[in-house]
Unconditional design. Structure first.
Length: 350
């Protein structure tokens, strides 16, 4: 079976799918990205003729030319707008579209025209993949007429790569941390302030935040104003294939996002045996089971978030028990091989 991916070559999610599927299908990626994670014989990098989102309009002929040479059995676009639009314009079937999050929860709210374009793309698809129950519900709420062709196929992770590491004897330090895009929606500034408050009572805790993005300057400036800034570390972005080393340096994973369509970062943390503290938003409840593998705070309540962290700081056995439960949950439902099985089954049916 020959499968063509239209997807970002700079996305670790694309890389995961490529790794999981490459031994099972003839898979080729077509992408615009010049700064790509993938750059080998399984990829065709297409130079955009114009910058930004107009490239999807003006790049159609180049994509069509390369696609006709490849002659796929399945065309699969990842992210409904952008590469989904390109896929629709190819008039190739079977055509699969994966919705990832903001293409459903943000794009159609911009204007009636945006919603109409999204509907047109999804209407052309023979199947729609949603990464979470929350994303499935969001898509069907917008377009109930497409319900019968939507299937939940979550982002899985490599549980052999993301696993607890044998630790040497650690100091009394308890490290809270997260690796995430530095964006307002993830509220990393709130996390820094909460930990700064906790440091008044817990001198041995540290906070590590790894990533990059539009909020980096704000976060660096904020750190310099905090009383216990020496216990708060802002690190560069960490490549996904070496991220487990960072996660295994932590004791608690904190994810104070305003919204998560699924929450792969929490999935990776749980796979490494970490208890997770977050707000009960979006699809996080599909990954973090409250009072089992971590705490999900209702109503974005800052004080309750701080208390959840405090409870885990105070109780090593609780951290270990919740971390082990999180690992078990990921092995049951979050393994990449299981997600790949579901996707291959969909391809075969189509």
């Amino acid at each position: 079976m020959k499968v063509a991916f239209f997807a970002s070559a700079a996305s670790w999610h694309t890389l995961r799918w490529m790794k999981a599927l490459k031994s099972r299908v003839d898979l080729h990626l077509f992408a615009f990205d010049s700064n790509a994670l993938l750059n080998n014989t399984d990829c065709t990098m297409i130079a955009p003729k114009v910058p930004n989102k107009f490239k999807y309009i003006f790049g159609q002929n180049d994509f069509r030319t390369h696609l006709q040479k490849y002659q796929p059995d399945i065309l699969h676009s990842h992210y409904a707008t952008g590469y989904g639009y390109l896929g629709m314009r190819m008039n190739s079937h079977p055509f699969v579209v994966s919705v990832w999050g903001s293409d459903i929860f943000e794009w159609p709210a911009k204007s009636p025209m945006h919603k109409y374009l999204l509907k047109t793309i999804l209407k052309k698809a023979d199947a729609i993949c949603a990464t979470s129950q929350k994303l499935y519900e969001g898509t069907t709420a917008l377009f109930p007429e497409f319900e019968n062709k939507i299937q939940i196929i979550p982002f899985g992770i490599d549980t052999k790569l993301f696993q607890p590491a044998k630790q040497t004897q650690k100091s009394n330090e308890i490290v809270i941390g997260i690796a995430k895009l530095f964006d307002k929606i993830y509220q990393l500034d709130l996390l820094m302030k909460v930990v700064d408050e906790l440091l008044k009572d817990y001198e041995t805790i540290r906070l590590k935040i790894a990533g990059d993005g539009p909020e980096r300057e704000h976060l660096v400036n904020l750190r310099n104003t905090l009383k216990f800034k020496d216990n708060i570390e802002i690190l560069p972005s960490i490549p996904n294939d070496i991220l487990p080393k960072f996660l295994n340096s932590l004791d608690i994973f904190a994810i104070p996002s305003k919204f998560e369509s699924y929450g792969v970062a929490a999935l990776e943390a749980s796979a490494c045996g970490l208890p997770v503290v977050g707000f009960n938003v979006g699809g996080l409840a599909e990954i973090v089971h409250h009072n089992e593998s971590g705490y999900l705070v209702e109503g974005s309540n800052r004080e309750d978030f701080k208390k959840a962290l405090s409870d885990l700081i105070n109780d090593k056995n609780l951290r270990q028990r919740m971390g082990a439960r999180g690992r078990a949950l990921v092995l049951d439902k979050g393994d990449m091989n299981s997600s790949a099985d579901m996707l291959i089954d969909l391809y075969q049916k189509l």
